[in-house]
Design a binder for this molecule. Structure first.
Ligand code: SAH
Length: 365
């Protein structure tokens, strides 16, 4: 048992079973043992690889997307470019390089990063040292939101804690983490049903309540609806809501037992994009998408960007660029182009946003 597991067992002995959200929050954010707090988990040698780490084209296209949002906003003299959960800082670095194409945007923007991990803040500082920007770090989203804003978050919502409920003949009972007969962490159910959950309960179904993620999207949506701008959320998950337990743990690019190594494996959930879009609409923002990552990146000109970069590359570099780009848009139920979705919440006064226009319905005859 690792140190965090021992601490959790002690906590449960004293206070009784804990919610899934408390478990996730401690596994990821415990000040000493939390997964993101003590290490840089990315890349081939790490536990998982994200889109910005696969190809520079990802961040460059999102940088151009941000530039065109700024133009659509009427090119304000100052705008915050905010990234939530920036990892190694690679996405921001690539965005800023692409933003140079539009000097007015480059001069108007200030860079704001929302990051809780001291290790990753340091990593971001190093990555962005030569970018010409002077980033400002914030602990929480609401601290970063001020004035006209363009907000980007890749693989952030999947790291936010959620609660789970299981359908039983008595109604929804919360899924909790307690101890088994041998004193090890084990899943169980709350003794009493939770009457606050009003959705009908099919027996055995798992209902997830992503309250923290919904509030994160709502906070960004509320802000851009009032102050101007847009927020872009990219993550894995379905476009339509459904039942199911999506909690998963990953270590060294393989799935592992969710309870086996708390704080030493990445813990994520799938993002319910229909509900995230609803959260944005409910506070007065427009919602665009969700569309697949493939459709979004192709609509933004992935192919053209790949060709332009390849013309200046050696054959080996061109090969690497092509395979990276292909991985971002690959189809198949577990491939990045299809499993990953893109949702924007925006000021409703903005025109249709780039990247989402492939999904307009065909004209009716
Ligand atoms: N966007 C990056 C990293 C994704 S991993 C990429 O695509 O490579 C999730 C990121 O969110 C990490 O930087 C992690 O430290 C950060 N994070 C997790 N929980 C957070 C929270 N509650 N507030 C702010 N950042 C958080």
């Amino acid at each position: 048992m690792n140190s965090l597991a021992q601490e959790l067992v002690e906590l449960i002995r004293q206070e009784g079973p804990i919610s899934i959200s408390r478990y996730m929050a401690l596994c990821l954010g415990h000040p000493r043992h939390g997964y993101y707090m003590k290490q840089d988990p990315f890349g081939a040698d790490g536990d998982f690889t994200t889109s910005p780490e696969i190809s520079q084209i990802f961040g460059e296209l999102i940088g151009l997307w941000a530039a065109s949002i700024w133009q659509a906003m009427g090119a304000p003299a100052s705008v915050r470019l905010i990234e939530i959960g920036p990892g190694r800082g690679t996405l921001m670095q690539d965005m800023l390089r692409a933003a140079r194409a539009l000097p007015g945007f480059r001069d108007a923007l200030s860079v704001h990063l929302v990051e809780t991990s001291p290790v990753l803040r340091e990593r971001q500082r190093t990555t962005l040292a030569g970018s010409g920007a002077t980033p400002q770090w914030h602990e929480r989203i609401d601290q970063a939101l001020e004035g006209p804003a363009i907000v980007v978050a890749n693989e952030f919502l999947d790291a936010l804690p959620l609660d789970q409920f299981v359908g039983t003949p008595e109604g929804w009972r919360e899924r909790l983490i307690g101890l088994d007969g041998e004193g090890r962490l084990a899943f169980g159910l709350a003794a009493e049903p939770d009457n606050a959950v009003t959705v009908a309960a099919p027996i055995g179904a798992v209902l997830e309540q992503p309250a923290v993620a919904l509030e994160a999207v709502a906070a960004v949506a509320r802000h851009v609806a009032a102050e101007g701008g847009a927020g872009l959320f990219i993550d894995y998950g379905p476009t339509c809501s459904g039942f199911g337990d999506t909690l998963q743990a990953m270590k060294r690019h393989a799935f592992v037992d969710v309870l086996a190594e708390p704080g030493d494996a990445d813990l994520t959930v799938h993002v319910d994009f229909a509900r995230m879009a609803q959260a944005g609409l409910a506070v007065g923002a427009a919602a665009h998408g969700a569309v697949t990552q493939r459709d979004f990146l192709l609509a933004l000109g992935l192919q053209q960007r790949l060709e332009a970069l390849s013309r200046r590359a050696t054959p080996a570099q061109a090969e690497a660029l092509a395979s990276g780009a292909e991985r971002l848009i690959e189809t198949g139920p577990t491939a990045m182009g299809e499993l990953f979705k893109v949702l924007a919440v925006a000021d409703p006064n903005l025109p249709p946003l780039p990247g989402f226009d492939l999904h307009r319905l065909p004209e009716q005859g």
